[in-house]
Ligand binder design. Structure first.
Ligand code: SAM
Length: 259
């Protein structure tokens, strides 16, 4: 199965920066000849030697994929429909214009898709094949076109300055290197493009506390939520992070400077 031209034209080797060409049912680095598989129409572009944390969560979400939608949609411990409302409100805030190109990192089973306008170009990546397979089923059931990629969000295999928006909900706490993850989001944004990142507030504290140089910025959950701006690369001048009402999630937003 050949990849759709809009996806193929944006793919690159995240470890070398070179373009990727489709040849004989796989992707091949234009200069290095490094090869990446295409599995059931989805490019698989993963680090050759992933850190232990990435291996663990990839396996974990492969196993959790079958149960994920049921657990999340039942409201779980966040209260009935609280998360659904959050998804709707965050996506409404983005005010995606027709034709906008959106990348969702850690797309999971694609639960945000139901809230997206129909007339955008939608790309999604996730570390877990199980979650991507669920996303593909969910998106097909909604008749929603999307370009899916299996990749680590800290090594996004997509060209620099290619996206109008990046959306991320609930995956950053699992990244082995969340700084690299946010920096990659900034890289793929077009000048003037905007990223919105949400995750559990308690996870913000855990995340900063596991990084020795940043531990002191997370004495409590509200301070940790505000300190998530520490993850934003120094080239970004417009950014902010805060605890959302209810105190269960934080939201980090930044805009790439227009040049
Ligand atoms: C709690 S789920 C959130 C899924 C989805 N964003 C949602 O809103 O339902 C976390 C997701 O992060 C993904 N993930 C964890 N580490 C990742 C990484 N390093 N790169 C990309 N995705 C990752 C997992 O596979 C899982 O799908």
């Amino acid at each position: 199965m050949s990849l759709a031209p809009p996806l193929l034209s944006l793919l690159c080797n995240p470890f070398t920066g070179e373009p990727l060409h489709e040849r004989g049912g796989e992707l091949v680095g234009a200069a290095s000849g490094q090869r990446f598989p295409i599995r059931a129409g989805i490019p698989v572009i993963l680090p050759p030697r992933p850190p232990l944390r990435a291996r663990f969560y990839r396996r974990f979400y492969d196993l959790a994929a079958r149960l994920y939608d049921g657990v999340v949609q039942s409201g779980g411990r966040w209260g009935i429909n609280a998360e659904e409302r959050l998804r709707r409100e965050v996506i409404a805030q983005l005010a995606l214009p027709p034709g906008a190109r959106l990348l969702e990192t850690a797309i999971g089973s694609g639960l945000n898709a139901a809230h997206l306008p129909p007339d955008i170009e939608y790309f999604g990546l996730d570390l877990s094949w199980g979650m991507l397979a669920a996303a593909r089923r969910n998106l097909a059931a909604q008749g929603r076109a999307a370009h899916l990629i299996q990749a680590d969000g800290a090594y996004i295999p997509l060209h620099t300055a290619a996206f109008d928006f990046v959306l991320h909900l609930g995956g950053l706490q699992f990244y082995a290197d969340p700084f690299r993850g946010v920096s990659e989001m900034a890289r793929v944004l077009k000048p003037g493009g905007r990223a919105v990142i949400l995750d559990e507030a308690a996870a913000a504290r855990r995340l900063l506390r596991r990084l020795p140089a940043h531990r002191k910025y997370a004495p409590d959950i509200p301070t940790a939520a505000a300190s998530m701006t520490r993850l934003v690369p120094f080239t970004i001048t417009e950014f902010e992070s805060h605890l959302l009402p209810g105190g269960q999630f934080f939201q980090l937003t930044f805009t790439k400077p227009a040049v």
